[in-house]
Design a protein around this ligand. Structure first.
Ligand SMILES: NC(=O)c1ccc[n+]([C@@H]2O[C@H](COP(=O)([O-])OP(=O)(O)OC[C@H]3O[C@@H](n4cnc5c(N)ncnc54)[C@H](OP(=O)(O)O)[C@@H]3O)[C@@H](O)[C@H]2O)c1
Length: 283
């Protein structure tokens, strides 16, 4: 398959105010893409816009993915900036860091709205314009938690599994309409995802985890995502040794479950010491 170029293409990135999304904005900007940057925090989006050079090719579009009623209007606004959207990057997300039994249902619903129903609402509102133009691209940032569940992650894992199911089904429906879908599965990336993660009553967890602090640099992650999308990959695992747990879970499910049952992070660190795979060779 020929390598796709993003020069002059319109790329809409959610979660562009922080972490992987911010790095994606800068990486796509360097390709010559026109950008629409979304998240809730306008000031943080303006900062990323400035880092991109603040030219006419970078618009910000603040939105809250959990406010499903506002999203079709936001899609109209996005289409109005450049007339169309070539590539939609569903990157925004919020994690959970608490036990299922103690987590308020409202928190589960907020996570499902942000990570699943929000992207689905945007996709449904955007698809007709892509089909009318003869094609488009979706990049969906999932998680290892979209491949297997683990302690303290219940509704986060559910939302990422749901994304897989939705976009795999969509891929089958639009396979002859020139709509590409790349599913990205990051491992541990050095971002404030744990700091922003919700706990049982909706309060933020408020601190980073060791695995993320020692994880892949978000700029490297964004470069790898760009390469995967340019090459039209269906799915890209991006991270260090931890991404191989996808295969371990698939082929040795019972052993894997026993391994992550109590302290997944501690066990993964132990695994990391046991093997000596080179980091970041998965894309
Ligand atoms: N870091 C990792 O190790 C890792 C691993 C696997 C998967 N991921 C996935 O990677 C994606 C990016 O996460 P990250 O690591 O870059 O974390 P992050 O730094 O916390 O970024 C999350 C982004 O999502 C936005 N966001 C959160 N809630 C939102 C809402 N209701 N409406 C709109 N935007 C919202 C945030 O912006 P505002 O706060 O301004 O709204 C922020 O820009 C997520 O989907 C996450 O699940 C990350």
């Amino acid at each position: 398959m020929a390598k796709q170029s993003f020069a002059g293409k319109v790329v809409w990135i959610t979660g562009a105010s922080s972490g992987i999304g911010k790095s994606l904005a800068l990486v796509f900007h360097r390709t010559g893409a026109k950008l629409i940057l979304s998240a809730r925090r306008t000031d943080a989006l303006e900062e990323v816009q400035r880092e991109c050079g603040a030219g006419p090719d970078v618009h910000i579009l603040p939105l809250d993915l959990a406010n499903l009623d506002e999203l079709s209007g936001r899609v109209e606004t996005a289409l109005g900036f450049f007339g169309h959207v070539d590539c939609m990057v569903h990157n925004a997300g919020v994690a959970l860091r608490d036990t299922a039994i103690h987590t308020d249902l409202e928190v589960d619903q907020r996570i499902m709205a942000t990570n699943y129903f929000g992207p689905v609402a945007i996709t449904k509102a955007l698809l007709p314009s892509m089909l009318a133009r003869g094609g488009g691209q979706f990049v969906v940032v999932g998680s290892l938690s979209g491949k297997y569940g683990g302690p303290l992650l219940s509704s986060y894992a559910a939302s990422k599994h749901a994304l897989h199911g939705f976009f795999e089904s969509l891929r089958a429906e639009v396979h002859s309409d020139n709509i590409g879908i790349t599913f990205v599965i990051p491992g541990f990336i050095r971002t404030p995802i744990a700091t922003h993660a919700l706990t049982r009553n909706g309060a933020a967890f408020g601190r980073t985890l060791d695995v993320h602090e020692r994880g892949m640099d978000p700029d490297e992650c964004a470069e790898r995502i760009l390469r995967a999308v340019e090459r039209g990959k269906r799915e890209a695992l991006v991270g260090g040794l931890e991404v191989y747990t996808v295969h371990m879970h698939r082929f040795f499910p019972a052993t894997f479950e026993a391994l992550i049952r109590n302290h997944p992070v501690k066990r993964l660190n132990r695994l990391k010491r046991l093997f000596s795979f080179r980091k970041g060779e998965s894309v």
